[in-house]
Design a protein around this ligand. Structure first.
Ligand code: PMP
Length: 392
């Protein structure tokens, strides 16, 4: 039985070209990138090249790239680093963090934890039924805030693929005198993204979402944003003093190569994958009744579709469509009994959210795979609907 992987938004397979670069970095290179001797300098040179490659993918400056252990840590650093200078201890007003209601848990929970610890005030910006951040509501929130402000709104949602109005959000935040952090983890490598043209001050990204290694990512900031932040990991002062720890050179090399490939191949890949995604959805809707797409279908990632199979339990569908891999809710909340907070924030009922499955395609997805996957899904949905009616 051929396994079919349609869960790229959870983690994408590592590109063989990246694997080769990582293996080479691990065998040829050793030594600490901070060491002054020739071994260390070689490692530092490899890291510098990766900084250029990552900056190239996001439209930032190589000097603003802070390597981390993934997007979770990058998001923690963005928010924690913003409140770190300790405004309260210095007699300044408590800073405010505003996050959209559909941010990844590494933004949402970090913001909550910082607020509970008394390090910031937290405001949550609602989203529209289409899944976009509600700009009018956000404007109302930020205009009423005095003092330091950081707003965090993701570029593309991991569960629905819906694209936020990043440039408009950045303008609004800057008019209110705030810093704008954008979690672009799902957007990068799928659609064009240029942080300086869009007006982002801080951008998070992750290796394993762009066919690179897991456990490596980056926060990319403008010079001013990086200079205004404090550390969240203390030690030897690596990465501009914001994230100490000997650098994971092989992982960073892999992230750099993955970023370069993503920048080069993004346009062709997005077009090819978008066609496959649309054919997949058409095949399902041709065979099944009551299949609803969640989130705006016009403004979303080309690789993602979130489908509600009315009258089914998503987990039952997932189990019955094996060997096709997809997910219900975000992978990070799998196992939780709560419905997807992203879908409920968009106004879906608990029941509707529990009926929804996310399919996400990518670089190595083939046409025969999506055709076969559609057949498996149709059979699974029919079976689950049949069993549900029998049981009723
Ligand atoms: N942000 C978004 C939007 C994500 O989709 C993810 C991964 N699910 C993360 C952050 C966390 O990334 P990582 O796995 O690298 O910690």
């Amino acid at each position: 039985m051929n396994e079919i992987y349609l869960d790229y938004n959870a983690s994408a397979p590592c590109d063989p070209r990246v694997v080769e670069a990582v293996a080479k970095a691990m065998t040829d290179g050793f030594g600490n990138a901070s060491s002054a001797h020739r071994f260390g300098r070689r490692q530092a040179a490899a890291v510098s090249e990766a900084r250029e490659q990552v900056a190239g993918l996001v439209g930032g400056q190589p000097g603003g790239v802070i390597f981390t252990a993934g997007a979770t840590e990058a998001n923690n650093l963005a928010l924690g680093g913003f409140v770190a200078p300790g405004a309260e201890a210095q007699g300044r007003a408590l800073p405010t963090v505003v996050a959209s209601a559909v941010e990844h848990a590494s933004v949402g929970r970090t913001a909550e934890a910082l607020a509970v610890a008394g390090r910031c005030d937290l405001r949550v910006a609602p989203v529209t039924p289409g899944g976009f951040v509600d700009l009018e509501a956000l404007a109302g929130i930020v205009q009423a805030i005095e003092g330091e402000l950081l707003v965090s709104v993701m570029a593309a949602n991991s569960e629905t693929g819906v694209l936020n109005p990043v440039s408009e959000t950045a303008d609004l935040v800057h008019q209110a005198g705030g810093l704008f952090h954008c979690d672009a983890t799902q957007m990068l490598g799928r659609l064009p993204f240029d942080m300086s043209a869009l007006g982002c001050d801080l951008v998070s990204l992750s290796g394993h979402k762009i066919c690179g290694p897991t456990g490596v990512g980056a926060l990319v900031g403008t010079r001013e944003a990086v200079a205004s932040m404090g550390p969240t990991v203390w030690g030897g002062g690596h990465e501009r003093g914001l994230r100490s720890g000997s650098l994971n050179v092989a992982g960073i090399v892999g992230l750099g190569v993955a970023a370069e490939i993503a920048a080069d191949e993004r346009a062709a890949e997005a077009e090819r994958v978008g066609i496959l995604r649309d054919r997949f959805v058409a095949a399902l809707q041709g065979e099944l009744t009551d299949v609803v797409q969640n989130g705006d279908v016009g403004q979303r990632l080309p690789n993602t579709v979130n489908l509600r199979f009315c009258g089914t339990d998503a987990d039952a569908v997932l189990v019955n469509m094996d060997p096709v891999a997809a997910s219900a809710g975000s992978a990070c909340s799998t196992g939780a009994i709560e419905p997807s907070p992203v879908l409920t924030a968009m106004g879906l009922s608990r029941d509707a959210a529990f009926e929804s499955v996310r399919f996400s395609l990518g670089r190595f997805t083939t046409e025969s795979e999506t055709a076969a996957a559609a057949e498996h899904v149709v059979t699974a949905v029919r079976y689950v609907r049949h069993m549900t009616t029998e049981a009723a």
